[in-house]
Structure formats: C-alpha cells, structure tokens
Ligand binder design. Structure first.
Ligand code: NA7
Length: 547
C-alpha cells in the first residue's frame, strides 16, 4: 500500500473577526509576538496556526533523534528573568519533546492560548487598499481582517519532497522527517532507506539503525559533522545557568551567531601546526557548533578553513572501518560550515554496524523509485520504508505558501520571482503593514534562532508602538531601500566562504527551479541588531510611514 504519512491537523471553522494584528504561526516567533502585542501594546491579536498545538517547526519535526543543535540554555527566550529562573532544561541539547514541553509551558505561563486558533491553516492573505487592512482567508473558508499581518511561519517549515519518478508506485510506507507522524514509526525488522545527509539525516540515522533490520543511507553530498557530546545537565551547570542568566544573555546578544559562546580571536596560522591540532582535538572532544569558533578566520580564509576540513575528514576516516565507505563519507566538496554544519551522536560510527550501508549517489544517482524500493543507476535496493531527510524549501517557502497579495494586486510569488527582496528581512516593498519575523535578508538561520526571533519581534513591537504614538496608519519598505539592503546582504555573504557551497539551501539550491539567491544576512547578528536600531532611531529610515 502506498501511503503519504503526514500530520494533518483538523481544520476548525468559525475563525472570524477584526483585529489590530494577525500573526501566522505559533512557534517561538508567533508566541512571543503575541505576548508583546497584547501585553505591551494592548492590541487585539489573533494567532492562526495550522497545527493542533504550539511549537511551529518543532511541532512537525518529530523524527527519531530530533534534537536542537543549539545548547539548551541558549535555545530559549531571554526576555523574562522569571521564565529563565522557572524553566530547567535536562540535557545539553534539548530533544524535540522537551522543546514542545517548554513552549507549552511558556504558552500557559503567559496565558497565550486563548488568543490562538489552532487547526487553522491560512490559505491566502490580501491587502485591501480601500480599507488599508489585510484580509486573511483560512482553509475552512473563514475571513479575518487586521491592520497588521505578521508572518511568524519559521524558516524551515515547508518540507522539500523531491520529485523522484515512481514515488506513487512505492508499495511500502514513506515519510518526510519534517512531517513525522505523531504516533511514531516502528522500524523493527524493516528495511529502511533514508535519503539525505544534512543535519536531520545525520541525527536520524543512528536512531533508526538501532531497530531497523537494515538501514541504507543514500548520500548525495558528503557532509562534515562534529560530535554533539550530548549529556544530561549536571546540577552544577543548572545552578550556573540560573546564577549567570544576565551574563549569558549579554554574550548571546553580542556574538555573531547568537550562541552563548564567543568566537576565538586567535588566527589559524598564528599557532604552530601542533598547537592547531591540539586545539582542534580539544574542540572535537568538547563537541558542538562551537567547533567552528576555534579560530576567528575559519569562515573567511579558505586556507584556514582547509585545516579544519582536513581535521574532520581525518576523523571520519579514523572512525569508519570500511575504507570505501570512509572514502565516500569524507569526500566533501565544500568548505567546513559553508553549509549549515551538523553535529551528531554516533553518526559516522553507525556505518560500522553490520545493518547499515551507504550508497554514494554522486557515483550512482537515483533513477527512480520502484514498487519495491529505490533504483540507482547501478543497483536496486529493496525497502519497506523510505525516509526523506531531504530538508526544506527554506526561508521563502513558508512565506510563499501563504499566497500573499500586496498593494496593487502584486502577488508575493511574482514580486519574488527572481528571488526574495526584503528590507532587513522585515518588510517587503509593495506589502504595507506586513512584517516577516526572521524573513530572508535577516540573520535568521545563521543565528541561534530564539535570539534572532526576539530581536525581530521586539523591533516590530517598537515599530508598531511608534506608529501608534505618532498616529501613523501604514508602514512600507521603500523599494530603493530594499535594493540597497539586498546589496548589503550579498556583500556580507561574499565576505565569507558561505557562497562556495553553491548547493546549499542558503541559496535555495536544494529545490529545483528555485532562484539562486543567498538568503540570510551573513554580517552577524550583533551588527545586524545595531543596524536595525540605528534605522529605527533615524525615524525608520528606508520605510514610508503614512497617516
Ligand atoms: P538539508 O540540510 O537541506 O539536507 C537535506 C539532505 O537531503 C542533503 O543531504 C541533500 O543533499 C539531500 N537531498 C535533497 N534532495 C535530494 C534528492 N533529490 N536526492 C538525493 N538527496 C537529496 O535538510 P535537513 O533537514 O537535514 O536540515 C535542515 C536544517 O534544519 C539544518 O540545516 C538545521 O538548520 C536544522 P544535497 O546536500 O542537496 O546534495
């Protein structure tokens, strides 16, 4: 039996009304935006959420091994000292169920649920020039209206299911990791094929291998990964986090990537090769995304990056016993961290298990899916289950799915036909009073997400407060400001090694036909925060405000 297994929430009806603001999405961004607009500004607000609960991206990503790569004490809101003191994480990296528990705790703690309509999918949003209001339509056919529309839909929430011929004929079950069934998947005794070796596939493979009869990993692009070294948090560390909450927040707000660690100011070639090796060994033992903070110049100097890349390749070859598999896993074609660097729990070790094998798709691409499995150019693999760990139509996908139409009837799809064009990743010319939380053109996915989200939500809240104070009705990014910002986004990316990974999802390259534009702002979160603050202080320079 062919089956598409997704979590479709039950649509509810009768979600209507007139509001000051509508927010789409009840993840980290939507919840905090709701809190700010209701509690700080006293606006009437409704959150529309497809799922049956809070969590956003984390509501759907329930695949085996799903865990955040940011450390738990930094993967949370920092706006409330009381919340920081009340919540306690259990592990170095929070697992998906714990993140969901956290966001439910936040929703209850701040009484947010009453303003959220769950099971409500937005199918269209149109700016009505006559009333200067957004008209939002839901799947159930209801229409709501609001002065402000805030898209808090996340960057990685539109699943990318590759269009491989024959999928409809597959007799087994298949799943995308970002649309995982709530009751889980039993791999016991099954022959499983997993396509994709990004952060998700690298997290999922070791867990699937524990119960599957056989796991075949289909790798198109070999990837670096550093051990996560996950572990339960000690009582001492928990005390440290509570006692130092203010300092941790200060560091997170001051660093390029919004994490609670700082990037070393040491340059790669200022130390001897022996010292460098020892520093990499120490970073490998420590584990986590912090590996890329070993030297200041790893992301800007190719020769410096090569030293980190060589170190990790050597580790892969040391861990993986089978020479051919080790060669395919370490044959990596891009600089370290030019694609989002995964961290893992026993990923490379998994290939030493008798029930796990690797298929190198560069050597032999997938030709089709058959009723019994996957056929590559050179072989056929019999499978009971296919897992697509194939990522997302990142950043623009979730926004385009809202079918937004702006002033003068311009569809966002048309406005962005050659790529996203947004001022600061916050507003789009032609779309008045629409804000995008962590939209393309902002640091977003290059930053620890809660930090990026809090900065955007607070900026949007301050902006709306400013408009109310000055009796202003409309704000819209100026076209020329968006163009100039796009140049800055490109310049920031070009100052790093990030553009050298031309197949990265940062470019949209993982989705066939998607315009190739480097989407996130790579100039660093701290610098970006200053830019946004300066623009606001100069009377919202680059935005047209009208009464
Ligand atoms: P990613 O990082 O986009 O990884 C997707 C993987 O799937 C990657 O290895 C892709 O290979 C592979 N892929 C995608 N399409 C295909 C097709 N058609 N055939 C074979 N292989 C394919 O997504 P993740 O879910 O792992 O991670 C997304 C983010 O979530 C991550 O970066 C963190 O920020 C959290 P490719 O590299 O494109 O050759």
């Amino acid at each position: 039996m062919t089956s598409v297994k997704t979590n479709s929430a039950t649509p509810r009806s009768a979600v209507t009304g007139t509001f000051d603001a509508l927010i789409v999405g009840a993840g980290f961004a939507g919840l905090y935006q709701l809190l700010c607009l209701c509690d700080r500004l006293g606006l009437s607000v409704r959150v529309l959420e497809t799922a049956d609960g809070v969590g956003g991206t984390w509501y759907w990503n329930r695949y085996p091994g799903a865990r955040c790569d940011s450390e738990s004490h930094s993967y949370c809101y920092s706006f409330s000292d009381a919340l920081l003191q009340e919540w306690e994480w259990t592990e170095r990296y929070p697992e998906q169920p714990e993140i969901i528990r956290y966001l439910n705790f936040v929703a209850d703690r701040f009484d947010l649920r009453r303003d959220i309509s769950f099971g409500t999918r937005v199918t269209a949003a149109r700016f009505d020039a006559a009333t200067h209001r957004w008209l939002v339509t839901t799947e159930a056919g209801d229409t709501l209206s609001a002065k402000f529309l805030i898209a808090a839909v996340g960057c990685l929430s539109a699943a990318n299911i590759p269009n491989i011929p024959g999928l409809d004929d597959f007799a087994g079950d298949w799943y995308h990791t970002g649309q995982w069934p709530h009751d889980g998947v039993d791999f016991t005794g099954k022959r499983v094929g997993m396509i994709g070796t990004g952060s998700t596939g690298i997290q999922a493979a070791p867990v699937i291998a524990e119960t599957a009869a056989h796991l075949t990993v289909f790798q198109r692009t070999a990837n670096y990964s550093v051990p996560a070294r996950n572990a339960p948090l000690t009582a001492e560390f928990k005390r440290y986090v509570k006692a130092n909450a203010a300092e941790i927040r200060r560091v997170m707000r001051a660093t390029t990537n919004g994490h609670a660690f700082t990037i070393s100011d040491r340059l790669t070639f200022d130390v001897t090769p022996e010292e460098r090796q020892a520093l990499y060994e120490a970073a490998w033992e420590k584990g986590g995304l912090q590996f890329r903070a070993t030297f200041q110049d790893l992301m800007v100097d190719r020769a410096a990056n090569d030293t980190a890349a060589s170190f990790i390749r050597a580790k892969i070859r040391e861990i993986v016993k089978d020479d051919k598999t080790a060669a395919a896993l370490s044959d990596i074609d891009h600089p370290y961290a030019a694609k989002r660097p995964p961290i893992d729990t026993g990923y490379f070790e998994t290939f030493n298990r008798a029930n796990v094998s690797l298929v190198d798709l560069r050597a032999s691409p997938i030709e089709r899916i058959t009723p019994t499995g996957i056929a590559t150019r050179d072989a056929a693999f019999d499978l009971d289950i296919i897992v697509f760990a194939t990522g997302f139509d990142a950043m623009t996908g979730p926004l385009l799915k809202l079918e937004i139409t702006g002033r003068d009837g311009i569809a966002l799809r048309d406005a962005w036909r050659v790529g996203p064009r947004s001022y600061l990743g916050l507003q789009i010319a032609g779309f008045p009073n629409l804000f995008t939380v962590t939209g393309p053109g902002s640091p977003s996915v290059l930053c620890n997400m809660p930090v990026a989200i809090e900065q955007h939500v607070e900026w949007i809240t301050d902006c709306i407060a400013h408009m109310r104070e000055h009796g202003l009705q409309c704000i819209e990014a100026r076209s020329e400001a968006a163009d100039q910002w796009l140049e800055q986004v490109n310049a920031a990316a070009n100052a790093t090694l990030l553009p050298l990974a031309t197949h990265s999802w940062y470019f949209g390259a993982n989705v066939p036909g998607k315009p190739r534009v480097f989407m996130p702002y790579a100039g660093g979160m701290a610098r970006y925060r200053e830019i946004c603050a300066e623009i606001a202080a100069r009377g919202y320079e680059g935005f047209a405000l009208s009464g």
